[in-house]
Ligand binder design. Structure first.
Ligand SMILES: NC(=O)c1ccc[n+]([C@@H]2O[C@H](COP(=O)([O-])OP(=O)(O)OC[C@H]3O[C@@H](n4cnc5c(N)ncnc54)[C@H](OP(=O)(O)O)[C@@H]3O)[C@@H](O)[C@H]2O)c1
Length: 285
């Protein structure tokens, strides 16, 4: 079985490369943006013609949430139009598309954790471009899994955990937003989840949610990072209104991952346990 992974040098792509070491019976094709720029329709088409792709895991994305507010064309090119190219080729070659999306497709007005069936209403360009990508997948394909995730971190790339650790080298007091609620996702857990999706051979195609288990704020997340890493840091909870950013973020974006856990028979770990795992790996590296 040939599995194409796009965006293989991002956080999730790198985690999939780790997890793939245990799944040696599949032929993994890991491509970064230099090998396969998914916005290049011709290159994408050629790739499918030259390789018998059975499954695509699309980890490529324009993830600079604030920059997207002004770099609208590029955000849509990667998060929407390129996803359409992938979906068109999956259709032509009867391949399964596993597409990764985001909690930012929601407006944050819910009181309970978002279900995959809840109404979307993005409040920023990044979320809107990702939603457009989802819509192309759903319009073009029957064989797809869209997996929405949230607050992704790992030992790789740039993320909140690594930013907090970096800041702890030069600061001993920090203000962190306490009124945005959700749950972090360790990209390694999601990579394990994606393998579970493939192994399940499930035909219950559609939209699923995946995040670690729990309900916290960025303030809680930061506090636990410093505690587990043994860093002396005074963390002050602040409202998001005291930390203005170019892109508005949903104040509540907790994802309900029950249908994922039931369908793919995976118990997703609690966020604290996964953070401890990730920190251990990062600090040992
Ligand atoms: N990070 C989060 O907090 C978060 C939250 C919710 C959902 N998600 C979703 O989770 C998925 C994985 O995110 P991540 O955190 O692993 O992202 P990431 O670390 O930013 O990686 C994204 C990757 O996409 C690649 N890429 C960008 N444009 C491309 C193009 N035209 N062709 C091919 N590759 C391209 C980038 O490669 P280059 O660096 O070479 O450009 C980068 O390696 C994405 O779908 C994202 O929307 C992420």
């Amino acid at each position: 079985m040939n599995v194409l992974v796009t965006g293989a040098n991002g956080q999730l792509g790198k985690c999939l490369q780790e997890v793939a070491k245990l799944e040696t019976s599949w032929n993994w094709m890991f491509t970064g943006s230099a090998d396969l720029d998914i916005t290049n329709a011709e290159k994408v088409q050629q790739f499918f013609e030259n390789n018998a792709v059975d499954i695509v895991v699309n980890c490529a994305a324009y993830t600079a949430v604030d920059k997207a507010e002004t770099d609208i064309e590029n955000a849509y090119a990667v998060n929407a139009e390129a996803v359409k190219f992938l979906a068109e080729n999956c259709k032509k070659h009867n391949a399964l598309l596993i597409h990764i999306s985001t909690d930012f497709v929601f407006d944050g007005e819910n009181e309970n954790a978002y279900l995959p069936t809840d109404i979307t209403n993005p409040i920023g360009v990044y979320g809107a471009s990702k939603l457009k990508g989802e819509q192309y997948v759903q319009e073009l394909l029957k064989k797809y899994f869209i997996i929405r995730t949230s607050w992704v971190y790992s030992e790789f790339g740039n993320n909140f955990m690594k930013t907090m650790l970096r800041l702890s080298e030069s600061r001993n007091e920090l203000n962190v937003v306490a009124d945005q609620i959700g749950c972090p996702t360790y990209a390694m857990d999601l990579a394990v989840g994606i393998v579970a999706v493939i192994k399940s051979k499930s035909e219950n195609f559609g939209v699923y949610h995946f995040s670690n288990q729990g309900k916290i704020s960025w303030f809680n997340f930061a506090s636990e990072i410093f505690k587990l890493a043994g860093k002396e840091m005074k963390v002050n909870p602040i409202p998001a209104s005291d930390y203005p950013t170019p892109a508005k973020r949903p104040s509540f974006s907790l994802l309900n991952a029950e249908s994922f856990q039931n369908e793919f028979k995976m118990q997703i770990p609690a966020w604290k346990k996964s953070l401890a795992n990730c920190l251990k790996k990062y600090q040992n590296a």
